[in-house]
Design a binder for this molecule. Structure first.
Ligand SMILES: [Zn+2]
Ligand SMILES: [Zn+2]
Length: 239
């Protein structure tokens, strides 16, 4: 069992991660579901109740932020209690931080807000487990959503269509090459880095992205690859 300081959405107490999934009841909707995390006072929140709360925080922070560094923005969101260690919340987080940084760099706040709302709607179709069950890590798909939105791609477009699919392919390649098991932090970081490189290569846009990422989330991740993860930092403490 592992404890950390990330706080319970219900009471703010510490969360504890069990080794196995057990049946528990959601504090908000009262439905039974399987979970490996409860707070020390026994609270659990199911994905259906948690995701709208996370989406709201991600959307609002990205709309309000003036950061041009998508990694800095991603890490600050990953530390919020609404965003769990793993989960489909990251499928929206990735395009949201990229859109925020991109439109902050271009100083287009109105467009930024509209595009972030669109990304939220699109990402809501990407369910948990896409990485393992569909061979299609949804953090990588999030970078395709990002390029689709900034180029205005649709199913009938030519160059925009190409770029959007090329973006997802590039991110998936980077994600696949490190190997499993899942880690929503690792695949988000890898995908965001690929998107930043892609902007440089295809749009001549330079985001001031954090270069040397030292992950602070490994103590929360039972499946952490440790030395085999490019972002592992032995001295990191739980956020
Ligand atoms: Zn609690
Ligand atoms: Zn619920």
């Amino acid at each position: 069992m592992m404890y950390h300081k990330a706080s319970c959405l219900v009471c703010g107490a510490e969360l504890k991660y069990e080794d196995n999934y057990t049946k528990t009841r959601c504090h908000f909707c009262q439905e039974e579901f399987e979970s490996d995390v409860t707070c020390i006072n026994g609270h659990s929140v199911c994905g259906k109740c948690r995701r709208p709360l996370a989406d709201e925080v991600i959307s609002q922070v990205c709309i309000d932020s003036e950061s041009k560094d998508p990694i800095e923005l991603a890490v600050s969101l990953m530390k919020k209690p609404e965003v769990p260690m793993h989960g489909p919340e990251h499928h929206f987080l990735v395009p949201a931080v990229l859109l925020a940084s991109y439109y902050n760099l271009r100083n287009e706040p109105d467009l930024k807000e509209r595009r972030i709302k669109s990304a939220q709607r699109r990402a809501s179709n990407l369910l948990g487990g896409f990485c393992g069950f569909y061979g299609n890590d949804a953090a990588a798909v999030g970078t395709g959503i990002f390029i689709s939105l900034i180029t205005g791609a649709n199913p009938l477009s030519k160059d925009e269509w190409k770029l959007s699919n090329l973006m997802t392919a590039t991110s998936l390649f980077a994600v696949a090459n490190v190997g499993g098991p899942r880690c929503c932090k690792r695949t988000s970081f890898l995908s965001i880095i690929e998107a930043s490189n892609f902007l440089h290569e295809h749009f001549e846009i330079e985001l001031p992205i954090t270069k040397d990422i030292k992950c602070v989330f490994s103590p929360l991740n039972k499946e952490c690859l440790k030395d085999n993860c490019p972002f592992y930092n032995e001295t990191s403490k739980s956020p």
